[in-house]
Design a protein around this ligand. Structure first.
Ligand SMILES: Cc1cc2nc3c(=O)[nH]c(=O)nc-3n(C[C@H](O)[C@H](O)[C@H](O)COP(=O)(O)OP(=O)(O)OC[C@H]3O[C@@H](n4cnc5c(N)ncnc54)[C@H](O)[C@@H]3O)c2cc1C
Length: 273
């Protein structure tokens, strides 16, 4: 029987710089059986271990529609992420998971989709965005709004260009502080609402980013007429086991690792108020 607490070994086959403090890691399970058995939903996360430093949760940033690629995008914030950033191609890490509920892709079929991301909030949404784009005809209008502090802090710059060229995606991005090279929008991500038209009654909004950004964006969405159930976000809490045993991420009767990390705003309101 598989032991959920025992990590499988994965090799880093690609390490890409996204921003000065953020990298994307492509993982390849060493064991062919692990590769074949690993199935996930957008919005689920991994517990990734760096040997000698410990383990931490990271969202899967790649799409289940591309099962040969497993990616996670990590910002350097402390000991473990610093150690991970020092690893290069060919080095090995431990992987447990996938964990969590993930986004309900079936419920999104036929609906218009609005993605609103701030900074490092784009990686979990990227998994769902690529899932949707790989099955494009099954979804309505796709709008992506993305904001970062500065142009250097935008992740997935190549993909932003690619999405921007597509006729079946409406993409707007912005930075809080421009530099000399920047000719695009300046201002927080919610200023981009002025540039788009939405049908709140038939749209699902996915919002991911720093808590302050989520708070303001959700307020705007509710004011625009979105129902709380149609506004979806992911919660970040300190967590350890990933499977609802250790109690680290419990809020009331819910475990963010097991019942989440994806919740609609109605559920989030119930949890945090
Ligand atoms: C479900 C989930 C998904 C996540 N996905 C990603 C991801 O895709 N990319 C990414 O870069 N980070 C992600 N995180 C946050 C990531 O787990 C932390 O940044 C990491 O644990 C920090 O470890 P550290 O030892 O480097 O830093 P530490 O020294 O442990 O902490 C550095 C700073 O990060 C904060 N922090 C530590 N752990 C967490 C945590 N679990 N949640 C929120 N803040 C934390 C600390 O309060 C401190 O301010 C996710 C967290 C959760 C719960």
């Amino acid at each position: 029987m598989n032991d959920t607490f025992l990590p499988d070994i994965a090799r880093l086959v690609d390490v890409r710089d996204e921003t000065p403090d953020t990298k994307t890691f492509t993982l390849h399970f060493r064991d062919l059986k692990n590769r074949e058995d690993f199935h996930f939903l957008p919005g689920q996360f991994l517990e990734l271990s760096v040997f000698g430093y410990g383990e931490a949760p990271f969202c899967i940033a790649s799409s289940p529609t591309r099962p040969d690629t497993l990616e996670t995008t990590v910002r350097r914030t402390g000991q473990l992420t610093d150690a991970l950033h020092r690893l290069g191609n060919g080095e090995e890490v431990g992987v447990r998971g996938p964990f969590g509920n993930g986004f309900d892709v079936e419920a999104a079929r036929g609906r218009d989709l609005l993605f609103v991301a701030g900074g490092i909030g784009l990686p979990p949404l990227r998994s769902l965005i690529w899932n949707v784009l790989d099955e494009r005809s099954r979804f309505g209008k796709v709008t992506i709004l993305y904001g970062a502090r500065t142009p250097a802090d935008l992740v997935y710059k190549q993909e932003l260009k690619e999405w921007g060229k597509r006729s079946d995606v409406e993409l707007h991005f912005t930075v809080d502080m421009a530099d000399a090279s920047w000719t695009g929008n300046v201002g927080v991500v919610s200023t981009l609402f002025r540039q788009i038209s939405l049908k709140p009654e038939s749209t699902i909004a996915y919002v991911c980013g720093p808590p302050i950004m989520i708070r303001f964006v959700v307020q705007d969405l509710l004011a625009l007429g979105f129902k709380a159930e149609a506004v979806i976000s992911t919660l970040e809490r300190m967590m350890q086991c990933g499977i609802g045993k250790c109690n680290h991420c419990a809020i009331g009767h819910r475990y963010v690792c097991r019942d989440g990390p994806v919740f609609n705003y109605s559920q989030i309101r119930e949890l945090v108020e």
